[in-house]
Design a protein around this ligand. Structure first.
Ligand SMILES: Cc1cc2nc3c(=O)[nH]c(=O)nc-3n(C[C@H](O)[C@H](O)[C@H](O)COP(=O)(O)O)c2cc1C
Length: 223
C-alpha cells in the first residue's frame, strides 16, 4: 500500500468541467491522483488543503515549545499540536504531492507557513554544531516529492531565460530533503495570464507529463 500526501495551496478552487478561472495547479494535482488510482487501488491519499485550513504563522510561543528541553507543559503540547499532525502526515507518506501556484515569484504564504510547521528541530532535522559548517541534517528519507506548479508568465524552467526569477521551484527543491524526499520531480504549466494557445499547449503538455509520472510512480519506480 502506497501513501500519498496531497498538499494543495492555490487560493482558487478546481471543479472538473466548471469552466474558466479555475486553479491549474489543483487540476494537475487531481489528475495525478486519478491517474495513479487508475494504475493501482493499493493507495491511500491524505488531503491537506491549505486554503481550507490555513496553517498559523510560527511565533514566540511556538519557538519556545519547539526548542524546549525535557518534557513539555500541557500548554506547549497544545502550541505544537498542529505541527505534530502535519509532521505525522509527512512522515507517513511515500509520495508527497505539492500543488502550488507561483505568487510573486515564490510560493504562496500558506505553503511557506506549512513548511515552517514541518521543518522542526529533532522532528524532521537534527542540529549539531559538531558537524561544523553543516550542522543541519534531515531525519526522514526514502520519499518522492512532486511539485505541480502553475504560473502566469513563462520561461521559468532551469536553463531558460527567467529561471533566476523563479523562487518557487528552487525553494521547494532546496527544502525537499527536509521532507525526507530523495527524489524531486517538477511539472509546471505556463502562460496562464495570457490565456492563449501557448497556455493551452503548455497546460496540455503538463497534463501529459502528469499522466506519465503517475504511471511511473504507481509502479514503485522512483527514476
Ligand atoms: C497574488 C498573485 C501573484 C502572482 N504572481 C505571479 C508571478 O510572480 N509570476 C507569474 O508568472 N505569475 C504570477 N501569478 C499568476 C499565477 O501564478 C497563475 O494565475 C497561476 O495559474 C496560479 O495558480 P492556480 O491556477 O493553481 O491558481 C500571480 C497570481 C496571483 C493571484
Amino acid at each position: 500500500m502506497k501513501s500519498i500526501l496531497y498538499v494543495s495551496s492555490s487560493a482558487r478552487k478546481y471543479h472538473e468541467g466548471a469552466g474558466q478561472h479555475q486553479s491549474v495547479s489543483r487540476m494537475l494535482g487531481e489528475r495525478f491522483l486519478s491517474e495513479f488510482k487508475r494504475h493501482t487501488d493499493e493507495v491511500n491519499v491524505v488531503y491537506r488543503d491549505l486554503s481550507v485550513k490555513q496553517p498559523a504563522f510560527i511565533d514566540d510561543a511556538f519557538m519556545a515549545a519547539a526548542f524546549a528541553k525535557g518534557s513539555l507543559t500541557e500548554q506547549q503540547r497544545l502550541v505544537l499540536a498542529d505541527s505534530d499532525e502535519i509532521i505525522r502526515e509527512v512522515s507517513d507518506a511515500d509520495i508527497i504531492i505539492i500543488a502550488s501556484p507561483m505568487y510573486n515569484y515564490g510560493m504562496p504564504a500558506v505553503l511557506k507557513a506549512w513548511f515552517d510547521m514541518v521543518i522542526r528541530v529533532n522532528k524532521t532535522f537534527t542540529f549539531d554544531l559538531a558537524r561544523g559548517d553543516k550542522p543541519l541534517e534531515p531525519i526522514l528519507s526514502g520519499k518522492s516529492l512532486v511539485l505541480l506548479a502553475s504560473w502566469g508568465e513563462f520561461a521559468f524552467r532551469r536553463g531558460e531565460s527567467h529561471y533566476h526569477l523563479n523562487h518557487l521551484s528552487s525553494h521547494i527543491e532546496q527544502l525537499a530533503p527536509y521532507l525526507g524526499a530523495d527524489h524531486f520531480y517538477e511539472i509546471a504549466s505556463e502562460y496562464q495570464e495570457f490565456a492563449d494557445q501557448r497556455h493551452e499547449r503548455s497546460r496540455q503538455a503538463a497534463v501529459d507529463d502528469v499522466i506519465a509520472l503517475a504511471s511511473v510512480l504507481s509502479q514503485g519506480s522512483s527514476e
